[in-house]
Design a binder for this molecule. Sequence first.
Ligand code: 5GP
Ligand code: MN
Length: 340
Amino acid sequence: MFTPAELLEINTLLIPENKIVILTHYNPDGDAIGSSLGLKHYLHAKGINAEVVVPNDFPKFLKWMPEARKNVVAEYKRKVAFDIINEADVIFCLDFNSPARIGILGEWLVKATGKKILIDHHQQPEQFDYVYSDTVIPATCQMVYHFIEAMNDEHLVNKDIAECLYTGIMTDTGGFRFRSTSAATHRIIANLIEKGADPSMITSNTWDTNTVSRLHLLALILGRIEVVNEGKVAVLYLTRKELQEYGFQKGDTEGFVNYGLSIVGVRMSAFFMEDLYDDFIKISFRSKDDVDVNQFSRKYFSGGGHINAAGGKSNASLQDTLENFKAKVEEETLSLNLNS
Ligand code: 5GP
Ligand code: MN
């Protein structure tokens, strides 16, 4: 948590006269949107307005969240987004650790003069004016709740805040399953339910949203899932042509990489997807226990994230990327702890 002195300083910044913006990472997920909107509704409950600016659009299954459609999407409203960041007195940075993670907003953030406040759970955070970083906490939404507690404002938590924070905790813990899910997580979830978050509504709006195209894509990749490295590593992929054929929409492949990890004996899963428009491959890594995909992705695929969930990219062809990946995994079997 921020130190008591920092909290006092932050408190003096949170006044109606100040312009406040909340930024989150590229390809925003449930935790990114949930924490940003949760914080926005909290500030609103304190009588302070804030704007959420996201680098690019986010999936439909996150747009049910209160005021999600008011988010400024920089890829569509570049000038508006630039002005908001440039003129802000306070810039909250949620669910990312480096300006490199927020696309075009990164350049603007670096040049902006507003006070930069980081709340994030990714590894190796960079420099900000105020940093609340904790890589053990499963979701930035949980950290926003801890921040509200530290500000002695728990009584302000309302239904809007509760729904947003519940969603991000639910998605970033894979439905309260991942390792960092703790008793504290569940206590907060219980509080959020008491404040009006409805678990069945949230689950159904966020997860029971399959389209036929998504299920067909899933069937396709499950049909050719490959397990290498003596059964320890699962490999999945999708080509651009396939995405086009199946009418891919943003968010359609969310969670696919987890199927690899559900195979008995598999300790690391990697999902490779050709980008629909640009010539690069987006990669998602997931792992179990002490298999550190954050380090692996930083070293070989210009990425990063968490120990058990990271992303990366490759500019080589899909085939070369897959071969390179298998070779690197073979090479790093020991350092990845694949056999332990
Ligand atoms: P996903 O596989 O869901 O895209 O990402 C998994 C985790 O890694 C998320 O926490 C995400 O923020 C992070 N991540 C995804 N792509 C990148 C990347 O290119 N660089 C870094 N540093 N982190 C990433
Ligand atoms: Mn997160």
